[in-house]
Unconditional design. Structure first.
Length: 98
């Protein structure tokens, strides 16, 4: 068991050393950085569009729930408000990571 752990950690250390010191690894590091940037941008776009869509949904539903009882209307609006807040929090956290 100890030998297999030693071999695994040794292989990981060797891969890390090659990734950090090799000339060819510079291109790989750049590719990783580019892909990470693309994923970050996609996450920001998704978070922004989700917040906008939730806000639109909230406005649409608020017009449709007028015929419901006050209790049902309050519950639906509370759920939509909380969803909108959550989407905004996710967008803010994504922007902080940028």
């Amino acid at each position: 068991m100890k030998t297999s752990r030693f071999l695994i950690f040794g292989a990981l250390a060797a891969a890390a050393i090659l990734l950090l010191t090799s000339d060819r690894a510079e291109g790989l590091r750049n590719d990783i950085a580019d892909n990470a940037g693309k994923w970050k941008d996609k996450l920001n776009d998704l978070a922004g569009s989700a917040g906008d869509k939730l806000s639109d949904l909230r406005d649409s539903v608020s017009k449709e729930v007028d015929g419901l009882t006050k209790d049902a209307r309050k519950r639906i609006m509370a759920i939509l408000d909380e969803s909108t807040k959550t989407a905004k929090n996710i967008k803010n956290k994504a922007e902080e990571l940028a």
